[in-house]
Design a protein around this ligand. Structure first.
Ligand SMILES: Nc1ncnc2c1ncn2[C@@H]1O[C@H](COP(=O)(O)OP(=O)(O)OP(=O)(O)O)[C@@H](O)[C@H]1O
Length: 594
């Protein structure tokens, strides 16, 4: 699994183009954004006005030792009103910004998932599930910062800094100039500190990802670890990762605790210089004491907006990285399947023909070489061959999970590429050896949200494949919970559920890819009988290593290293004395020995 530390990532795409594309997501929310910027002005106004109210009271009353309770009360109420208005506006602003940010992320996640769902199997062969998962979760989350406020907040902060500077100059130009000295210093320290903190934070994120990955892998592989006594080695591996995380966390604490005190020292130094400079002017009667108070407050207020602007630069950096990865997926058209295009078909007859088919997964190594065969509608055909000879590949090609490089695949005499993909795949139901069950219950696993399948259909399908026996014995029968990947069921039980699923979908073509490998002989025979009953008029394709299970097939196709070697019935092939006979006799002799 790959965990990359973002600070080490270099962008391939143009930064400006990426940023513009990201900003386009704001388009539907422009009126809300405009409202937010108006709020930002008002919040800034409230922040700047507060010290001014105090200054007014100090200079016009307190410094002159004038006692005016009415004015104090009015000013106090005004101060309170400004504080409350500021709080109300800040709340509304935060709410609106969070809404916009979350809504954009919701849209992008949906866009990604829809896109991923339309990708061909080639895309999944080339991208690990962990990688795809990270795109939809972590990378989208990394955009949150810029969508949920940093952008608008930094506009607010700019206005704030400019507002404070303008107010300062309006009050006293020389004090304003002294205050200005703090800005570059605070900015410099903040940028350096932020950069280090962000780098460390990314490192922590990557490490926690690795720890999670390690734990997930080792918890699911715990049995294996125990069997091979690898506990000590695994613990050492974990300790190494954990130590790295410990060190990074400590660095985080150091960085967090150093940043603020340094800013505090700069602020205090500038304030000290200002008091020293102002005290002479105050005692000389050239400066009002309230002005000094207002300046001290304004200098303290510089830090927050500068900090946020620095944050903006670092977060936009990581957002661009995530945006690039997300757009890489969204822009991948090469593997996109067009589900809407093509000839619609309600039900095929089930005639399948391969004409000189050549196929390679990676465009170079031929897995199927000049494969030709014809399956008539309603026939039961078995594919036989050694591991890796290409049997499952043939099935994948029938459902058009991959496109062939040479030759033709015809279904009911029509090139497979002409059919609408959804319609084509609806005709074929595959039962695999490696069954996949979704979390939910048994019913939902058989129905797979296909509303045309009724509860009665589910029970009938389960009965047909002899799955009803074990399902009925469960406490909740068809409503029994199925946990992640169906881990509470045996491999055979999982296969029976998947069998029932295929039957309930009533396909024109049944494909059983090592479907009975985990089922006991008695149930297997019952299933074979059931299959014989329901397969009337339905093309059935069987892949089986146990040759005894396919003796009655109408046709047996023998494949060797991607080439068709023999085609015929069991008796014909035995008589022929070729590869099939060799395989059959080998299995017979093993069974005798066993
Ligand atoms: N997704 C894939 N990407 C690349 N190569 C693949 C892929 N799937 C299968 N192959 C390769 O194609 C060849 C045929 O595989 P296939 O699964 O069709 O064999 P099989 O006859 O069904 O084997 P088994 O009896 O073990 O199920 C193998 O060499 C395999 O390594």
């Amino acid at each position: 699994m790959e965990y990359r530390i973002d600070s080490e990532y270099t962008l391939r795409r143009n930064k400006k183009a990426l940023a513009i594309r990201l900003l386009r997501y704001f388009k539907p929310y422009l009126p809300l954004l405009a409202l937010n910027i108006l709020f930002a002005f008002l919040i800034n106004g409230a922040t700047i006005i507060k010290p001014y109210i105090i200054k007014y009271v100090i200079d016009n009353y307190l410094a002159l030792k004038i006692y005016a309770p009415d004015v104090f009360m009015r000013m106090g109420l005004l101060y309170l009103a400004v504080v409350l208005a500021g709080c109300g506006l800040t709340y509304s602003q935060t709410y609106i910004l969070t809404y916009i940010g979350q809504k954009i992320m919701y849209d992008i996640r949906n866009q990604l998932f829809t896109h991923i769902q339309n990708m061909s199997m080639k895309f999944f062969d080339r991208n690990s599930s962990g990688r795809i998962l990270t795109r939809v979760t972590n990378d989208v989350e990394a955009l949150n910062e810029i969508f949920s406020g940093v952008l608008v907040n930094s506009i607010r902060d700019m206005i704030m800094i400019l507002g404070i500077i303008a107010t300062m100059f309006a009050m006293d130009a020389s004090l304003a100039l002294i205050s200005m000295c703090s800005i570059p210093l605070i900015a410099l320290v903040t940028v350096i500190y932020r950069r280090a903190a962000r780098k460390n934070f990314m490192r922590m994120k990557a490490l926690i990802g690795r720890i999670n990955g390690f734990l997930a892998e080792n918890i699911s592989g715990m049995k294996l670890v125990r069997i091979f006594h690898r506990e000590k080695e695994k613990l050492e591996e974990f300790q190494k990762l954990d130590k790295e995380y410990f060190d990074t966390s400590l660095r985080e604490v150091v960085l967090n605790s150093l940043g603020r005190p340094i800013i505090e020292v700069i602020n205090t130094l500038v304030i000290a210089v200002m008091i020293w400079y102002a005290s002479g002017r105050i005692t000389g009667g050239y400066l009002e004491i309230g002005v000094l108070y207002a300046f001290i407050t304004y200098i303290r207020q510089f830090f927050a907006p500068i900090n946020e602007i620095a944050e903006f630069y670092t977060s936009i950096q990581s957002a661009l990285i995530s945006a690039e990865r997300i757009f890489d997926v969204l822009d991948t058209r090469e593997f996109l399947e067009d589900m809407e295009r093509g000839r619609h078909v309600k039900r095929i007859r089930g005639e399948i023909e391969f004409k000189n088919v050549w196929f390679a997964y990676d465009d170079e190594n031929w897995v199927l070489k000049d494969v030709s065969f014809k399956i008539e509608p309603g026939e039961t055909v078995a594919f036989v061959g050694a591991t890796g000879s290409g049997k499952s590949t043939i099935i994948s090609l029938m459902a058009r999970f991959y496109d062939i490089q040479k030759g033709k695949i015809l279904i009911d005499g029509v090139d497979i590429r002409e059919y609408n993909l959804k319609d084509l795949r609806r005709q074929i139901a595959v039962v695999m050896q490696d069954v996949f069950l979704f979390s939910g219950d048994i019913k939902s696993n058989i129905r797979l949200r296909n509303s045309s399948i009724t509860d009665e259909d589910i029970v009938r399908a389960a009965r047909l494949v002899c799955a009803d026996g074990f399902i009925e014995s469960l406490p909740n029968k068809y409503d029994e919970e199925v946990k992640e990947r169906g881990c509470t069921f045996s491999a055979g039980q999982r296969q029976l559920i998947s069998f029932a699923r295929a039957v309930a979908f009533n396909p024109a073509v049944f494909v059983l890819d090592e479907a009975t490998a985990n089922i006991d002989t008695e149930t297997e025979m019952a299933i074979q009988q059931a299959m014989a009953n329901i397969s009337g008029g339905r093309t059935t394709i069987i892949i089986a290593h146990r040759l005894s299970t396919i003796r009655n097939a109408d046709k047996i196709i023998v494949i060797d290293k991607g080439r068709i070697k023999e085609i015929g019935t069991h008796d014909e092939l035995i008589k022929k004395g070729g590869l099939y006979r060799q395989l059959y006799e080998k299995q017979l002799s093993y069974q005798c020995i066993a």
